[in-house]
Design a protein around this ligand. Structure first.
Ligand code: ADP
Length: 399
């Protein structure tokens, strides 16, 4: 069984081809600069590479190039696209319409497109990619859509509602949706397996920390609360995103700077977070390096992130009436011992104790960091959203 996983952005199209017999990656790559000029970088698991500048006026040309690279030339991995059994697409916003992985039809694409108001950057691009894929691939190849928001559709109303007039939830669909659901679902299941426990008996706090970061309370395998909200801007401090701020600060800054709504959105999404606080970089590695050299604002940015995560651990432990395990994933969660230590230190009240030496040497591998006497287990669990999308797609077409 061969599955193609597609993650389309407004100007990019990342892909992975997986052999689901052993869940191995056959090839992966990225078509980017779509609508600008175009570039493809492709590599196979046996080390062959192809890279070229191309003309990608739209996602369709990028898909055509992807087909060409997969099937012809030195870095080809299949003879024809009909060897692909199905395609799975990552979709950011499924709102309340999609609570599970769904087979693609024209109606489904239209609904994803309609949701672009709730995810302007992503959903329109997803719809373009879905149409382009349909145009380019053989008609008999089924396609599935896997939503970042779907895992969080189990949140109770008291967790997803904002304290705004109820009519705006009904009419404008303003509520917390939550994101990174594919990752939180994958890592929480992987953690239960690693612990040798049934996920139904576990309360997990899943910390996905990357350029975008979110923390989710997973009770019995279901998301019951999460830090990202109506959009992926809410919650903790991120690379360029501010996370939660007092809404009055937003209107105040808009007034003072004379910002339009779009300019304010840009300020909060692209100029805040690590880059905004430190003035140095949006990248955690740069922040850690600068903090070590004594840069006060970089140190502050790092401390803010750890402090905010700590507070959510407290909040979600209260929400679930307990926590069995905390997991770290994403680029920062899997690799930054500094952030993990910053979060887990001074948590004796919760009974959290980690092996600091083991934490320091752990990078990107499934590892239990907590000591045997820690009341709550602490783990690093590498995420793999593409694999979950492929598994979901396979499960759906096998039905
Ligand atoms: P995205 O959210 O875009 O998928 P990633 O999950 O790849 O991003 O995370 C990117 C973040 O991970 C960056 O802030 C980067 O500095 C951090 N990161 C990646 N590798 C390391 C590392 N070895 N040590 C510390 N931080 C790292």
């Amino acid at each position: 069984m061969i599955i193609l996983v597609v993650n389309a952005g407004s100007s990019s199209l990342k892909y992975q081809l997986l052999n689901m017999d052993d869940e191995s990656v056959i090839a992966k790559g990225n078509c980017d600069r779509i609508g600008i000029d175009g570039h493809i970088a492709h590599k196979t698991s046996d080390g062959r590479k192809y890279e070229a500048d191309c003309s990608f006026p739209t996602h369709t040309e990028a898909f055509e190039k992807l087909v060409e690279v997969l099937t012809t030339g030195d870095a080809a991995v299949i003879k024809s696209m009909s060897e692909i059994n199905a395609v799975g697409h990552r979709i950011v916003q499924g709102a309340e319409i999609f609570s599970e992985t769904t087979l693609v039809t024209d109606e489904v694409i239209e609904k994803i497109e309609e949701l672009k108001e709730l995810a302007p950057v992503h959903n329109h691009a997803h719809a373009l990619a879905l149409r382009a894929c349909k145009k380019v691939l053989p008609a008999e190849v089924p396609q599935a859509v896997v939503f970042d928001t779907a895992f969080h559709q189990t949140m109770p109303e008291k967790a997803f509602m904002f304290g705004l007039p109820y009519e705006d939830y009904e009419n404008l669909h303003v509520r917390k949706y939550g994101f990174h659901g594919t990752s939180h679902r994958f890592v929480s299941a992987a953690l239960a397996k690693a612990m040798g426990r049934d996920i139904k008996d576990l309360k997990i706090i899943s910390c996905h920390l990357g350029n975008g970061s979110s923390i989710t309370a997973v009770d019995a395998g279901k998301s019951v609360d999460t830090t990202m909200g109506f959009t992926p801007l809410d919650g903790v401090l991120m690379g360029t995103r501010c996370g939660a701020v007092d809404p009055s600060a937003v209107t105040f800054v808009m007034e003072k700077h004379g910002f339009t709504a779009a300019e304010m959105s840009d300020y909060m999404n692209k100029k805040s977070g690590f880059i905004g606080v430190s003035g140095i970089s949006s990248d955690n590695r740069d922040i850690t390096a600068a903090a070590e050299k004594g840069d006060k604002r970089a140190k502050l940015a790092s401390e803010m992130l750890c402090y905010q995560i700590k507070k959510y651990i407290g909040a979600f432990t209260a929400a679930m009436n307990g926590t069995d395990a905390i997991l770290f994933t994403g680029g920062i969660g899997e690799n930054s011992w500094e952030v993990r230590e910053g979060v887990c230190k001074d948590m004796e009240y919760f009974g959290i104790k980690i092996d600091c030496d083991l934490n320091k040497s752990t990078k990107g591998t499934l590892t239990k960091l907590s000591t045997p006497d820690s009341k709550i287990e602490v783990w690093v669990v590498p995420t793999n959203e593409e694999l979950l999308i492929a598994r979901d797609t396979l499960a759906l077409i096998s039905k």
